[in-house]
Design a protein around this ligand. Sequence first.
Ligand SMILES: CC(C)(COP(=O)(O)OP(=O)(O)OC[C@H]1O[C@@H](n2cnc3c(N)ncnc32)[C@H](O)[C@@H]1OP(=O)(O)O)[C@@H](O)C(=O)NCCC(=O)NCCS
Length: 236
Amino acid sequence: MRGLGLRLAGRGGRLAAAVDKHGIAGAARAACRMVKDAAYQDEVSTWFEVLLDKERPRVPAVHGDLVLATDDDAFDLLNAIGSQSADVARRRRSAGGAPWVLLMDGKPAFCCWLYAGRSPINSMPGEWLNLPPAVRTLEDSITAPDFRGRGLAGGVWMTLFDDLEREGVRSVVTNVLDTNVPSTRAVLKVGFAPVASMRYVRIGPWSRQYLTPLGAGSGPAIVEDLHRRTHWHRRA
Ligand SMILES: CC(C)(COP(=O)(O)OP(=O)(O)OC[C@H]1O[C@@H](n2cnc3c(N)ncnc32)[C@H](O)[C@@H]1OP(=O)(O)O)[C@@H](O)C(=O)NCCC(=O)NCCS
């Protein structure tokens, strides 16, 4: 196995490592799973919205430095806590995203992205949503594993939302996979309410959404944009 690992390493270090770790059958199963995941996706998520000018629950404020990441060094910090690579971060920054990082004792503890105008949505790879001027999206929130369960996400969101409200932003929307219990609990604590349920199905480059509005709330204006995608369409 060792020899095989070394020989394969020349062709692809990841494959060699997988064979070393899982054996040939295990690596083949993992490779099949990766191909299937790349080709097929069927997930249910919920769109949440928080109305900034309505009364919102207050959560404990966080201590630390909340900074806007602007350069490659800062993007490396995001990557260090499990967020996207500096490369993806750079592209999303130039597309108008604002990556906020909370540093505690100099260490990155939490980060999240806010988008205006146009937003990528992680559960819909490669797709962008058009946003009305007074709406923002919240994407890619992540708390470093050692800092989870301390309310950092909610504390940072509340601070950012207070600033957005002062700037005249009306609401923030976010999309959470229904399987993501920690995230769902975290967003509910700062006043997000479910506005639509979305099933997203993708087969290769073809995808479509099935949307079910929830409750009688105003709902995000982006639901309108999403409704235009409830037929099969090919990713640009
Ligand atoms: C979602 C996430 C950002 C929440 O951040 P957080 O700062 O830990 O938020 P909270 O402290 O409010 O905890 C939220 C929930 O996480 C769970 N939790 C608590 N302690 C935890 C721990 N040590 N480890 C993991 N989850 C924990 C609990 O369900 C908690 O809800 P509760 O307070 O009602 O019990 C964080 O769990 C995370 O980074 N997850 C991985 C990335 C992700 O899924 N991002 C969201 C994409 S939509």
